[in-house]
Design a protein around this ligand. Structure first.
Ligand code: GLN
Length: 453
């Protein structure tokens, strides 16, 4: 059964059976922070189950963003995306595991557990919306899974778990109720088993929200009215094919997909986009993302937000904050607070933060130029298949950051992107990444749909 069959053909998903299966899947792969049996309501998406990344506020239900410092946080409100899904009749089934505050690529930076990939339990689920991607792959029954991407956290787990994931244009979907990672980069999007499911989910959550003034007032098209696309002009950033660490199997699958597209009449051309290489996009992204993250985390001090301790046990508030933050944050969060603070300090700001912002603008310009010529830009979604958990845990941070090369570029530019399953390598799924110009979600969904057909 698919989301489409439930919506269009009125098939029914038994919610008790769904809940049972979800519990079993979670027991096996550690994908859920909390499982709920949500209330039923009426609407177009009636009986479609949905789950939500733990960094997105859900009334009365854990919203810990993978962090010990928010372990007991239960918001008094629903994020706009959650509210909209509930209103559409979709039924809420709980929160998915992730990297702490979105800081990671494998969901191994999680304070509570290590999620496992349903295709191979020894491997990671990807990140940071890792639970969100893996649960779609692990469940037999269809569902809509809400994720969030700052630098690739939706299309990465989509690729590693062999599902579809769409990250919309910045400002297309409300961030109201999101535990911010980096406000100028964060985007909420959808993971689902196929293109229709992702399109339907996006259709429900997208659109202007008076609680988020960065949302666009543009009308939301009928994304799920998928059409076949022909005569496409497809660009392939040359720098991506020369990427160090691009695995042979992933490259082969990608090249085959280009051949298939050419057979169906697409015109495929390599395009020189020097700023998308690991030397520019990755450092620019990490400097900006960490700078913003370090300011966002300042509020986690055990006063309004964060782990509470008994103030009586401390000399003064500096000591109190310091203890709360030392206890509550994981290693990667601490690294990012330190680096992010450093890059925006007087004396270093010009050298790091300002320079990274300038590179970002140049990257945006480069994309704008490319989209004058091409309908979409294609690449593999991730340079590799999901690594083994053991391997991932022994990698150094710089090595892990470099794996984001294919996804940080479009994220810096606020562009919409989608990952669709694109064959396997060593038995593990790989993804095809389709990037479009701003607000061209419909086009990338159509291309994704045509390609899967
Ligand atoms: N891996 C990237 C990071 O750690 C992306 C994470 C994300 O998109 N939330 O910043």
């Amino acid at each position: 059964m698919t989301v489409e069959e439930v919506v269009e053909k009125d098939e029914k998903i038994d919610s008790k059976e769904f809940l049972e299966e979800l519990k079993q899947v979670d027991e096996k792969y550690n994908l859920m922070r909390e499982i709920k049996n949500g209330e039923k309501s009426h609407g177009e998406l009636e009986k479609i189950p949905f789950v939500v990344k733990d960094a997105i506020a859900t009334e009365g239900v854990t919203t810990s963003a993978g962090s010990k410092i928010l372990e007991d946080y239960r918001p008094v409100f629903d994020a706009t995306v959650v509210k909209r899904l509930k209103k559409s009749g979709a039924q809420f089934f709980g929160k998915t595991e992730q990297d702490e505050f979105g800081f990671g690529t494998f969901s191994t930076n999680n304070a509570f557990t290590t999620p496992k990939n349903p295709h191979d339990e020894e491997r990671v689920v990807g990140g940071s919306s890792g639970g969100a991607g893996a649960v779609v792959a692990a469940m037999d029954k269809p569902l809509i899974s809400i994720g969030e991407s700052t630098g690739g956290s939706i299309t990465n787990p989509a690729a590693y778990n062999g599902v579809v994931g769409i990250t919309p244009t910045y400002g297309r979907v409300s961030r109201y109720g999101l535990v911010d990672y980096a406000n100028s980069l964060d985007k909420i999007g959808v993971l689902a088993e196929n293109v229709y499911g992702a399109a339907k989910g996006l259709e429900v959550i997208a659109g202007h929200d008076e609680n988020d003034q960065t949302t666009a007032e543009k009308k939301v098209p009928e994304y799920s009215d998928l059409e076949k696309k022909q005569d496409l002009k497809v660009g392939v950033p040359k720098q991506y094919l020369e990427l160090e660490g691009l695995e042979e199997g992933v490259k082969e699958n990608f090249e085959e997909s280009l051949e298939k597209l050419e057979e169906t009449g697409a015109e495929v051309e390599k395009v020189d986009m020097p700023l998308l290489s690991a030397d520019y996009a990755v450092p620019s992204y990490y400097v900006l993302a960490m700078a913003e993250a370090s300011t966002n985390l300042a509020k986690m001090s055990g006063i309004r937000y964060g782990l509470e301790m008994d103030p009586e046990n401390f000399e003064d508030f500096n000591e109190y904050f310091s203890e709360v933050r030392s206890e509550g944050f994981g290693e990667e969060a601490k690294r990012r607070i330190l680096l992010g603070t450093y890059t925006r300090m007087a004396g270093y700001r010009d050298q790091y933060y300002i320079k990274a912002a300038e590179v970002r603008q140049k990257i945006i310009n480069q994309y704008k130029e490319a989209f004058e010529e091409f309908d979409v830009l294609l690449s593999p979604s991730m340079p590799n298949i999901a690594p083994k958990i053991e391997e991932a845990e022994s990698m150094d941070p710089a090595e892990i950051y470099a794996m984001d090369t294919l996804t940080v570029g479009p994220n810096l530019a606020g562009l919409p992107m989608i990952s669709v399953p694109n064959g396997k390598s060593e038995g593990m799924p790989t993804g095809l990444h389709i990037v479009g110009d701003h607000f061209e979600e419909k086009k990338i969904l159509d291309v994704a749909y045509s390609y899967r057909r």
